[in-house]
Design a protein around this ligand. Structure first.
Ligand code: GSH
Length: 212
């Protein structure tokens, strides 16, 4: 693999974009990502993003040699593999096939799923016209968020190992604080709150705080 830089459709508040940037910081290659401005919106799709990703969602990326990459899961693994190839070492963030990998990927799926549900609630409240909003929909997405948080509490990653599972947990929790400050997810989940407080001190987290 010869690519040394990546152009990335980026958004300051997206937890999925943040996941990519946290990975880049952990790998020490954040300065090799060229940030492209974008305005992802499901009902006003951004044609610039769509040139990279038919779904017009961020993050979406393109390598120096013209390979387009999406979604966050693919871009994060690409960055890990690119950095490992160049440094001639094993990947750091995505463990090799085996129980450690499946657990890290499962944690990524869980925390991404939490954000998917929370994003649907946000879009429902922000984008859907008031008369069309459905409280049952919002409540049921809320159940998914609660159940995902409980599952995260029961399956805490090693604080010393910032793999893709841990990074995804942290970006999801940071985004809940940012977009749903009244959710109070810490109550009754002391272990998860403490884990997050510890992970959030990493320089990769400080460098990527979400902004409105
Ligand atoms: N599974 C995707 C989710 C990406 C996603 O939902 N991004 C949001 C911003 S946080 C977006 O682009 N929304 C616009 C849309 O839904 O059309 C990933 O992991 O990258």
């Amino acid at each position: 693999m010869t690519t040394s830089r990546l152009s990335l459709y980026w958004a300051p508040a997206s937890p999925f974009v943040r996941k990519v940037m946290v990975c880049a910081h952990e790998l020490g290659i954040a300065d090799r990502i060229e940030i492209l401005d974008s305005a992802a919106n499901p009902i006003d799709r951004d044609a610039r993003i769509q040139a990279f990703n038919p779904l017009a969602k961020v993050p979406a990326a393109r390598t120096d040699d013209g390979l387009t990459l999406y979604d966050s899961r693919v871009i994060c693994e690409y960055l890990d593999s690119m950095s490992a190839d160049e440094a001639r070492r094993p990947p750091w963030l995505f463990p090799p096939a085996g129980p450690e990998r499946w657990i890290a990927l499962r944690r990524q799926a869980l925390a991404d799923g939490l954000v998917d549900a929370a994003l649907l609630v946000r879009y429902e409240n922000l984008l859907r016209p008031q008369p069309l909003r459905w409280s049952v929909w919002t409540a049921k997405q809320g159940e998914k968020i609660t159940d995902a948080l409980d599952a995260m509490l029961a399956d805490l990653p090693d604080l010393e190992k910032p793999d893709i599972g841990a990074i995804t947990y942290a970006c999801a929790l940071g985004w809940l604080d940012f977009r749903f400050p009244d959710l109070d997810w810490r109550t009754g989940r002391k272990g998860l709150a403490e884990w997050y407080a510890g992970f959030d001190t990493r320089p990769s987290m400080s460098a990527t705080r979400p902004k409105a």
